[in-house]
Ligand binder design. Structure first.
Ligand code: FE2
Length: 289
């Protein structure tokens, strides 16, 4: 039976799928053997004894996956809420999450931390929800107060998601993603290894995606130009180890920049004039108002 079934499916199945298929047959056969073995002592309830734990395990596994899907949906909804504040940053959270995961894999993070950094990348700018839209959209230089409001977004982000306990280490990434390697970042001015690893990873991914995406005030830069900017900032703005890891990851897995953004469909669409993530065009700040 196994041979017939596998021959029929073999043409449609890749080698890995085939191995899984045969393995599952082996598993079922083992359960069959257990039922038969127990039959001698407990007769008809042997099937219940063997299969009940199996069904419970399967149900628990299904529940786990359903929970993961609801976590993902929650994070995606928060992400969507942030991106509605700026037409040009659509897809930014997802791409930062992807680039952060590439770096994290390159430096050898385990499965649990990879999941956490994926969430951290998605939510790194969630604090923008707490920054007045008129400040985000202001044309021209910002006052010191307005710039302070932007600098507060990592803390606001932490306040917003603090209650979501599955985020774990992602909190540190959200809180410190604008720290700089030389200690001149915000909100706490941490330097070098004082900056949590998640934040050092996200800082590189964030700047890279900002540079390779269209903004209202400039077009997307080519990947090579963005990589050159990362090299330029390595050791001052960025952790050189993370920049090197990202460059290696890009060599293995070329980056797909977002498609060219067409102009906003109507005048009411919100766009910001300056992107706080863009290392090539820092926000101008004028004396207090
Ligand atoms: Fe940010």
């Amino acid at each position: 039976m196994v041979r017939l079934a596998s021959t029929e499916r073999a043409e449609r199945m890749p080698a890995r799928g085939m191995a899984q298929f045969l393995l599952s047959y082996f598993g079922y056969a083992t359960f069959g053997l257990l039922v038969a073995g127990l039959w001698a002592t407990v007769a008809s309830i042997s099937a219940v004894l063997v299969l009940l734990p199996l069904f419970i395990a399967r149900w628990a596994f299904g529940q786990y996956h359903a929970q993961q899907r609801s976590y993902d949906a929650t994070i995606a909804a928060l992400c969507q809420a942030v991106e509605t504040k700026d037409y040009y940053t659509r897809g930014h959270c997802t791409r930062v999450s992807l680039a952060s995961t590439m770096i994290a894999q390159e430096i050898g993070m385990g499965a649990e931390r990879l999941r956490a950094i994926r969430y951290a990348g998605m939510l790194h700018d969630v604090g923008k929800l707490g920054v007045p839209t008129k400040v985000l959209q202001k044309d021209g230089p910002l006052t010191e107060e307005e710039f302070a409001a932007i600098q507060l977004h990592p803390m606001r982000g932490l306040e917003i998601v603090r209650g979501i306990d599955f985020l774990d280490e992602a909190f540190a990434g959200i809180m410190h993603h604008h720290e700089r390697h030389d200690g001149r970042g915000y909100p706490m001015g941490l330097a070098g290894d004082e900056i949590p690893e998640f934040a050092r990873v996200i800082a590189v991914a964030d700047a890279f995606d900002s540079m390779t995406s269209d903004r209202s005030y400039r077009g997307a830069r080519p990947v090579e130009v963005a990589v050159a900017e990362l090299h330029k900032g390595a050791g001052s703005q960025f952790d050189p180890e993370m920049v090197a890891a990202f460059v290696r990851a890009l060599e293995r897995e070329p980056w797909q920049p977002p498609r060219k953004a067409s102009p906003p469909p109507c005048d009411e669409t919100e766009t910001t004039t300056k992107d706080h993530d863009d290392p090539t065009m820092p926000i101008e700040v004028v004396g207090g108002s």
